[in-house]
Write a protein that binds this ligand. Structure first.
Ligand SMILES: Nc1ncnc2c1ncn2[C@@H]1O[C@H](COP(=O)(O)OP(=O)(O)OP(=O)(O)O)[C@@H](O)[C@H]1O
Length: 366
């Protein structure tokens, strides 16, 4: 199943039926048949609980996957505005090095680990230019480094600082500056703000959005924080058990989530705006991906599961009730299996089809 971006939009990255395995005595099928298109300039959010394959997907898309991880099947196509599509699996050595940072840059979680503790900020920023823009003279490199820090709201005096002399927020900004250095087409961000306090997190997200408006790069933004993604993404992919189980415009998913897992996730997070609601968790835990279940991976935790769910793996199909449309991998939306459509309670966005008495206090479901 292909998840095309809105018709007519200009696609920069196409992921087709991508599967990733971590080899071992019990091979882990961390990503299973994932497809999506990333439009130029858009923010695609990828949500899902810990262990559902988000980071593995990010590593595979950026060709940073290390053994025992390997792409078992599928394709990642980069579509430059100025040339034919490039199959990333064909890039090696110098071509791969050029592709990274120039075309697709990454910002991963844990800024302290990503920056080299014994090199100054100046040296680390300058290294990107030395490697990829060797034609620049020393003074030009220095100017570019200053500009980069300025872009992310850090004064030039910090060029001489070492990572341990910077706050967590500043270190993350330095990483974002490095990702921007060569004006990439795509920036993949894996939990870039998770370790930071909410105020700093908000500042950094505002910064990213400002930079995106200015330079027009697309963003793949990965986090388990669905409410954050709903706010910043144009479109959202919800992952479960190594698969995309729901995909659609963020605004549509917010008002009309179709997959029971998305419905459960939405009820597990406090809303950033609007009325206070009682929070529920999703009982149980995600599947062991070294033994993915035969049917829908969510069956064991799904209050709406029926017999077929145990053995039929649902395709990602257009899901629609009365509101907006998304795509959901749930047999309730397969007319061949359920001609009458989903049960009323699911349709109404309830995670529990038969809720008992409402709990008296709210509690986070994480
Ligand atoms: N190096 C590895 N070797 C074996 N299995 C791995 C390796 N890295 C990840 N996995 C497994 O792959 C699956 C997907 O992990 P991944 O880190 O991609 O999930 P995630 O959704 O990003 O989780 P988190 O939010 O905790 O980072 C998990 O079952 C994990 O245990």
């Amino acid at each position: 199943m292909t998840l095309d971006s809105t018709p007519g939009t200009d696609v920069v990255l196409s992921v087709r039926d991508l599967s990733v395995v971590y080899d071992g005595a019990d091979p882990v099928r961390a990503v299973r048949g994932v497809s999506f298109d990333l439009a130029r300039g858009e923010v695609l959010g990828i949500a899902g609980e810990s262990g559902c394959g988000k980071s593995t997907l990010a590593y595979a898309v950026t060709r940073l996957l290390k053994p025992p991880g390997r792409v078992a099947s599928g394709q990642v196509l980069f579509r430059p505005a100025d040339g034919p599509p490039v199959d990333l699996s064909t890039l090696h050595g110098e071509a791969l090095r050029r592709f990274r940072w120039n075309r697709v840059a990454m910002v991963f979680q844990g800024a302290m680990n990503a920056l080299n503790p014994v090199l100054s900020v100046r040296r680390q920023l300058a290294d990107v230019f030395t490697a990829h823009r060797p034609e620049l003279r020393r003074a030009e490199r220095e100017d570019r480094c200053r500009e980069l820090l300025d872009l992310v709201g850090i004064g030039p005096e910090r060029l001489s600082s070492y990572p341990h002399e910077l706050s967590g927020g500043m270190r993350q900004r330095v990483l974002i500056a490095m990702a921007m250095a060569l004006r990439p087409d795509v920036v993949v961000m894996d939990e870039p703000t998770t370790a930071l306090d909410v105020v700093v997190q908000r500042d950094i997200l505002t910064e990213i959005d400002r930079l995106r408006a200015r330079f027009g790069f697309a963003v793949v933004f990965i986090t388990h924080d669905l409410s954050l993604l709903l706010e910043i993404s144009d479109r959202l992919a919800v992952m479960y058990g190594g698969r995309i189980v729901e995909y659609g415009r963020a605004a549509d998913l917010h008002t009309a989530a179709h997959h029971p897992y998305t419905v459960g996730l939405l009820r597990s997070f406090p809303r950033l705006r609007g009325e206070r609601t009682v929070l529920h968790g999703i009982p149980g835990s995600p599947p062991d991906l070294s033994r993915p279940p035969a049917g829908c991976a969510f069956t064991a935790r799904c209050p709406y599961a029926f017999d077929d769910c145990h053995h039929t793996d649902p395709a990602l199909l257009t899901a629609h009730t009365t509101g907006p449309t998304t795509r959901a991998a749930c047999l309730h939306y397969d007319p061949a299996v359920r001609p009458d459509g989903p049960p009323e309670a699911l349709h109404a966005g309830r995670f529990d089809p038969d809720p008992g008495p409402a709990p008296s206090t709210g509690g986070a479901g994480r």
